[in-house]
Design a protein around this ligand. Sequence first.
Ligand SMILES: [Zn+2]
Ligand SMILES: [Zn+2]
Length: 184
Amino acid sequence: MSLRSLDPRAPWVISTHDLGRRPGSMRTLAPTLPAPVDLAVGMIGVPKDADVELDIRLEAVMEGVLVTGTAQAPLTGECSRCLAPLTSEIEVDFQELYFYSAEDAGEDDLLLDGELLDLEPVFRDAVVLALPLSPVCGEDCPGLCAECGVRLAEAGPDHRHETADPRWAALQGLVVEQEDDQEG
Ligand SMILES: [Zn+2]
Ligand SMILES: [Zn+2]
């Protein structure tokens, strides 16, 4: 439960002035807002100030304002297998009831500050839950060579290291023979 007063000029602070308090009244918004800072988990996140496209429905209910929405945001990060930079995007859904009065609200509930509500914590929670823990540049990313650390996708399928192990040498000989058979 948050009792801090909101800055009406902050981008993620939404005014419910036009909505009024009569239960059942509704209003939709489709703002594009700058992504807040530090919105990342591990190797991927939404870059600060990137455009977040929102579709929001505000609905007055008895206890407060119910906010339902979706948000689309770009992602930047690193592939967890090959460490290459990657870009992607994320779409999240959220729903939150902002209470008029602290008396009705529980510990973790959000409150309206007069006619204002802060959408940022709701968006932030939705994104953090939806971010992939192990982002990949592609589902079939082969990762890095365990021997030399080169990106296998760039090095190509023939990338291998000379090995002194005679069992490997024998196996390689076997493969070559099979290919010869197919050609002949
Ligand atoms: Zn990769
Ligand atoms: Zn290698």
